[in-house]
Design a protein around this ligand. Structure first.
Ligand code: ZN
Length: 133
């Protein structure tokens, strides 16, 4: 793992949260991107070499909707940058960790991603991500 690629934060109102993080970080988001397969709209901020990803559900089918219903707004996941996503999935699986995605899938912001099952990682939802080849 190379670095913390981003922190994902579940929010109810993307525009209101963009204003909060623009105030906090002193810089506006560099992109907004909808991910229809995940029923979310995302907004990204750079902070040094890492990013903040705000996620708002676009339908009740979204995991973000369920998360906010259960726990309210807040930190949803931590994403680590890896060089070789398939190799990393294989390494962690061989150590006994469960993946939500056993194959890389398309994520936001030009990344291939895979989520790990939080039951094996102190209830922290971990996302692995790599640049698209
Ligand atoms: Zn993410």
């Amino acid at each position: 793992m190379n670095k913390i690629e981003h922190l994902g934060i579940a929010v109810k109102d993307l525009a209101a949260s963009e204003q909060i993080f623009t105030d906090l970080l002193g810089a506006a988001p560099y992109k907004r991107e909808e991910v229809p397969s995940e029923h979310v709209i995302t907004s990204f901020f750079m902070i040094g070499e890492s990013k903040i990803e705000l996620l708002q559900a676009t339908s009740e089918a979204s995991a973000i909707h369920g998360f906010i219903e259960k726990k309210g707004e807040g930190i949803h996941h931590i994403a680590f940058a890896v060089d070789n996503l398939e190799a990393e999935i294989e390494r962690l699986t061989s150590l006994g960790y469960r993946m939500i995605h056993e194959k890389p899938k398309e994520g936001a912001d030009g990344k291939m991603i895979a989520f790990m099952h939080p039951s094996g990682t102190n209830k922290v939802l971990v996302e692995l991500c790599a640049d698209k080849a």
